[in-house]
Design a protein around this ligand. Structure first.
Ligand code: NOJ
Ligand code: CA
Length: 553
């Protein structure tokens, strides 16, 4: 069953990101699986999400949690089978939930048959040229290393091939060579494979690094954009309405290029915005958010930003200045164990000291700024992390369904779990779990359900323009979202203390603000500055009734 929908559906979507392995174990072997995920679709439907983004579930040695793909057309046996995946698609679609999968095409696992064949094939042969080789490690000198904690070079010697191969990530992830037309064909074929099965879209992992050229940074090259345009053209022609979402951890002007003229990706994550939300909160100053959004170029009408607070990786600090990075580390990662590569490996609730009002405030921004919100599994209940576990494992622990054994995630003996659930007194499953929060009308989970419901009632959040409202107090962020007849005013107090502000809304004089969670009418807006006070970390969304339309129509 295909979803029947608006071609711009992704603009109105609420995305939920999870690992199959971490969500729910259906067969009791200690590892989450597709069967388990199907059983929990009712939970996701009740949460209100409309799109499920699944981290890689393909056969893989799992040395990068599945981003090291060994077979692009299968399912890792621990997670299930292709028929089970088809069932997941059907069951998700029946609930109006779209499904996004990963297209990890910058690199494969070194266990992929293409690499095994390449290293044995004669130099210069098409089989060898599936990957990028060199006789020495001096080609593409100066290209930055991404996994700074594990890798010293982007080249690794392969004794079988008698040559170095290029890799932007772990040394067991050789980069594919997009100068080889066969590689391009393979990629288009596997896109057809998953789209043909009914998946609604693809997250394009590590997309800036597809093509390499001497004397460049090997990032965001015109040739890379050419590859993306080919992918888009094929998808558009054969599977219209399916989505491409770019993972390009780059500055706004460079990310902008991944939308092309509306002929590359439909969506791209806004990486530079995310750390600035955390900075603004700690500085109690709206400026970092206002500044980065002012520096974000407009995007084509059919395109959309993907917004997130946290995801499965470290909170990356690549897209901030050095001073900002130092500040973020000081503010959010005093414990050196919380740092990883150029980032911070923590979940949302611990980053915010488990302060409910701060968690709500940041979610209010996530759900009202221009773009489509992406929620990382577990953050809707305020799950914690464990900085002692290796790599990013501490933010990939089992979903906490109940206070029972194994957090209600699995019936396996605890030692069989792919990872122990978080068990500390504050964030452990005894204190933080779905079952308890569903029973508690004032829980974070119930609050999130409510916020999501509200967001979905107003298309202006997903589609509207953004204008900042000039105010008298930098601690209060105020912006208007406008689309057709609808105008919404969002205000957010980034300070811990109550704050006054006067907003210049004279262009909207005569309209009446109605607070959207409680339907409370506020004093009408006039020509004078509109006065408002907000409690510490308070936020409000107002529908401006009687405001002039944003544009004819
Ligand atoms: C980005 C993914 O989000 C990350 O988890 C992975 O390690 C790298 N790409 C390499 O595939
Ligand atoms: Ca299982």
């Amino acid at each position: 069953m295909e979803l029947d929908r608006d071609p711009l559906w992704y603009k109105d979507a609420v995305v939920y990101e999870t690992h199959v392995k971490a969500f729910f174990d259906g067969n009791g072997d200690g590892i989450g699986d597709l069967e388990g995920l199907v059983q929990k679709l009712d939970y996701l439907e009740a949460l209100g999400i409309t799109c499920l983004w699944l981290l890689p579930f393909f056969p893989s040695p799992l040395r990068d949690d599945g981003y090291d793909v060994a077979d692009y057309r299968g399912i890792h046996p621990a997670y299930g089978t292709l028929p089970q995946f088809q069932r997941l698609l059907e069951e998700a679609h029946r609930r109006g939930i779209a499904v996004l999968v990963e297209l990890v095409i910058n690199h494969t696992s070194d266990q992929h048959p293409w690499f095994q064949r390449a290293r044995r094939a004669p130099p210069g042969s098409p089989e060898r040229d599936y990957y990028v080789w060199s006789d020495d490690d001096r080609r593409f000198a100066g290209v930055r290393i991404i996994f700074t904690d594990t890798e010293q070079s982007n080249w690794t010697w392969d004794a079988v091939a008698g040559a170095y191969y290029w890799h932007r990530f772990f040394s067991h992830q050789p980069d594919l060579n997009f100068d080889n037309p066969r590689v391009m064909e393979e990629v288009l074929d596997l896109l057809r494979f998953w789209a043909g099965m009914g998946v609604d879209g693809f997250r394009l992992d590590a997309i800036p690094y597809l093509v390499e050229r001497e004397g460049t940074s090997c990032e965001n090259l015109p040739e890379t954009h050419q590859v993306i345009r080919r992918i888009r053209a094929a998808l558009e022609r054969e599977f219209p309405g399916r989505l491409l979402l770019a993972e390009a951890n780059q500055w706004p002007k460079d990310v902008r290029a991944y939308f092309g003229d509306g002929d590359e990706c439909h969506m791209a994550f806004h990486f530079p915005l995310m750390p600035r939300i955390f900075m603004a909160l700690r500085l109690e100053d709206a400026e970092p958010i206002v500044d980065i959004l002012r520096r974000t170029p407009p995007i084509p009408d059919s395109c959309q930003w993907g917004l997130f607070l946290r995801n499965h990786d470290e909170l990356t600090l690549e897209m901030v200045t050095e001073d900002e990075r130092d500040y973020m580390v000081l503010a959010y990662a005093r414990d050196p164990r919380a740092r990883l590569n150029v980032g911070i490996r923590r979940r949302l609730a611990p980053l915010l000291d488990n302060a409910r009002r701060r968690i709500e405030l940041l979610n209010s921004l996530l759900f009202s700024m221009p773009g489509t919100p992406v929620v990382y599994y577990g953050d809707e209940i305020g799950m914690g992390d464990d900085v002692i576990r290796p790599d990013r494992d501490g933010v990939r622990t089992p979903m906490q369904w109940s206070g029972g054994p194994n957090a209600g995630f699995s019936t396996a003996p605890p030692a069989a779990l792919y990872s122990a659930p978080i068990s500390d007194p504050v964030y452990g499953h005894a204190a933080v779990n779905v079952e308890a929060q569903l029973r508690d009308p004032s829980s974070l989970l119930r609050w999130m359900q409510n916020l999501i419901r509200l967001r979905k009632q107003f298309q202006v959040f997903g589609r509207g323009s953004l204008e900042f409202a000039e105010g008298s107090n930098r601690k209060v962020l105020a912006y208007l979202r406008r689309w057709g007849e609808d105008t919404v005013l969002c205000v957010a107090n980034l300070s811990r203390h109550v704050q006054p502000t006067s907003l210049d809304l004279s262009a909207l004089a005569g309209s009446t603000p109605v607070e959207m969670l409680g339907y409370t009418e506020f004093p009408a807006i006039g020509r004078e500055p509109w006065f408002l006070s907000l409690g510490g970390y308070g936020f409000a969304w107002f529908e401006l009734r009687g405001a002039p339309p944003a544009r004819p129509g």
